[in-house]
Design a protein around this ligand. Sequence first.
Ligand SMILES: [Zn+2]
Ligand SMILES: [Zn+2]
Length: 124
Amino acid sequence: MQCPKCSSSMEKVTYGGVGVDRCADCGGMWFDVGEREKLKAQKGSERIDTGDPDRGEKLNKLGRINCPVCHTQMIRMVDLKQPHIWYESCTVCHGAFFDASEFKDYKEKTMMDFFHSLMAPERE
Ligand SMILES: [Zn+2]
Ligand SMILES: [Zn+2]
């Protein structure tokens, strides 16, 4: 698979039985449908997001990319809980591309929300 942002080749990385594609150059990560949620549920999975955050931030501005799987033009999405995370999603195969360090960000915030929900239960 070719990276949709920098055209380098992507390599398979597996963590906790979930295999995703990570770009060997820019560190962007490709998730097939459902993989992102599965990987997020794995303890320590943010460790596979090894890309350079500065590079990720630059490439994040590149919004018009084609899906590396089915070559459809992807649409830009934001994470509803974390609107500063912009990622690209394919409307045909439902894969998603995260720039370097975005997955880490996405996951860390979720852990914080989790602890927050333990500390501050909803009041009636
Ligand atoms: Zn790349
Ligand atoms: Zn696609």
